[in-house]
Design a protein. Structure first.
Lengths: 233, 233, 233, 233
């Protein structure tokens, strides 16, 4: 019995949701799922088409990025995942895609403004876009530095990763995370939807304003915290 | 025999049309259907994915928003539905979605201009966008106040809910209604289509003008009133 | 044996292509097919959803718009079809839709500029947008006048209906036609595709220029006339 | 046993991917696959709908554009394919489509700027848009000249066809190529995705800047050359 079977199945199933939700073409995305007890995570192998994936093809990697089990090379973004798991103890899964609208905002080097309640249902701030790294970082341990860039951007903005579960990496594409694989994939899907709505909003009204604070707080608290009343509790 | 069976089935079937017509992702929408004799309506339970819904999972609620039957918590938007049913005696069903283009117009805080006959086939005015509520209303009984905001916006514009069966709630998203569940869902679908066409029209020609009155009247009367000649009568 | 069976089947099958090619929602479109010997055409009944259509539900109408056979009321656009069949002897089928991008150009009251060879493969001019009718015409025999508006717009531009098989009716939507039902539906689909590409072209480059004459002629003649070398001859 | 069977099957299967990946409507595209030993390539017949294709319907053509085997007329773009195979010894397959976003950039006569890492994963320069040919070339051997235009544009920019496997032909549409049919079709799909993202990026931020050199090099080298670490090696 494979002691990693559970995260391999979870990572496999979550990866298969990316094409289902139209978040990827070909192999442009990856999901990982962590096992906190074992200190390892399961991640998509690099460059393998989704239709050829299976739970067995997932690669088991530790927080330093070393492959612990599996016959294939892990995703080229593995070191970014590793650093986030190492640094953020409460996350259970990470998703990286090049979904169309979120990637366009990342390429435009702009935060996604909080224009409406769909956005506020999920987070109370603009969706941050981290600037591109400096050349040293890019030429160095690039994927590891990408993780630092994400962590540092949240810190610099005084945002907690438990509250803001999504970010754009400037000129690159989005990363999302969550306590479970379902939540992390949900976040990628919601981000793409919010990114599209924000795009259209700005095209309709270039002077569209930020959602007012009272609405931000109200909608966020409907879904989060002790007084939430959304869902089945 | 459940005396609410008929509206539970109708509400279930209408809710299932939302993903079919691409009006929702995940749980971002809800339909209710009223039973005027019993003075209650059936509504989607809060936060339950569409693929897990059944007629049995619908919640029965009265016009004050009290749950009368059902094991689940009703939609977080229930009080908005309740007030509309209480205030507008002739409607039979209400739909709320965050459909992409309609929500973008709501976020832009702009009415959808009547640019063409597709629009005039359904209503003779711009599609109204109600402004966001003041902070008191938001912090108070928010969903109930959302209902008031909708009712008051139509009143302020001297529009009858029997004629204008759709509205944008500013910074939030659309609500539509109708005499039947099919008509209410139809209205949400048509609204999204009109919203997309109006978006494109404005991008092609920022100075695009309002449809002329003669065409508005002609197209509306083809489909509505005693001299209509659209459909099978 | 029904002597109209052949055009009823052809009209039914062509109508069913409209939802297949994403040219309509609900009942927003109609196709007719003419029988030149009998001097009648088969057309979609008014307001009947596509999934409920059958060859038997098609309505047989003469060139004056009188129903000759069938139990249902014909499309509310029937008089437009009738006048076009009466005036243009060589067409065999007419299609009317409210397809998204073509309708947006119609609402913007702009011709679709000939920006590329995809367009020139099908016609050598901008796709004309007829202006809205004057109020007298609208209040009068509206659908009949719509037919005149189409015919007169082509005349005014010195375009032959055999060459230009598509037009936008300003503030309304497109009409296309062709020698066969397949060709008429093909034209509606191609028009929507050209309309989308032209929209995007103009957004990318507001100063994008018209295709040069040599390319227009070359591409059109590849597909049309005695020296064409596209297709299987 | 047909000695061309292998390239006929490969060309057939690759052509069938074009509608699957939403790169074509009707017959607006074609794929060819070369047999370097025999000095011929298999290409789609002209104007035949994808659903009627079979390996047997592929046409075998030599580098001068002469039909060597097959009962149908080859694609009207055959002479472009022929010249590229003759000139570029290392390519194995060519794809031509009128995919929506890539064609819009071609119609706008603009290169697709390198805005992000999705682009840099595939090539290190803007995607070139060749200007329209002069009238002599158009009126002459047009499809043959189109091949020259492609070859000359790469030369003028000092780009190698082995590195840049895609180009826009101004006012026309894209061509892509690759060592295999799968790679050539992959390139057409990636190009369409990059074209859409670049479109959105420019709409969000008209001043969006080019990706910095360090990121271009990093991402390209992750996937290409001796130090690549993407995929399974």
């Amino acid at each position: 019995m494979d002691k990693y079977q559970s995260i391999k199945v979870a990572a496999y199933e979550a990866n298969m949701l990316l094409p289902k939700y139209n978040l990827v073409v070909f192999t442009f995305g990856n999901v990982s799922v962590v096992d906190r007890k074992e200190g390892v995570f399961a991640i998509k192998p690099s460059g393998v088409p989704y239709e050829k994936l299976s739970p067995e093809s997932m690669v088991i990697v530790d927080y330093e990025g070393n492959t612990v089990a599996g016959n294939l090379r892990p995703s080229s973004d593995t070191l970014t995942h590793a650093l986030l798991y190492k640094s953020w103890e409460k996350i259970g899964s990470i998703v990286h895609t090049h979904s169309t609208y979120a990637t366009a905002w990342a390429q435009a080097l702009q935060d996604i403004p909080i224009f409406g309640t769909t956005h506020a249902d999920h987070l109370v701030t603009d969706i941050p876009c981290a600037p591109p790294m400096n050349d040293e970082m890019i030429k160095g341990n690039y994927e590891h530095e990408t993780g630092f860039q994400i962590i540092n951007e949240l810190k610099a903005r005084k945002l907690a990763y438990e509250d803001v579960e999504m970010i754009l990496v400037g000129n690159h594409a989005p990363f999302t995370w969550g306590k479970t694989a379902d939540k992390a994939v949900y976040n990628s899907t919601v981000l793409e939807s919010i990114a599209q709505m924000a795009y259209l909003t700005k095209q309709i009204n270039p002077n569209a304003g930020r959602l007012k604070d009272a609405l931000i707080v109200k909608h966020y608290e409907r879904k989060h915290g002790g007084n939430s009343y959304y869902g089945q509790g």
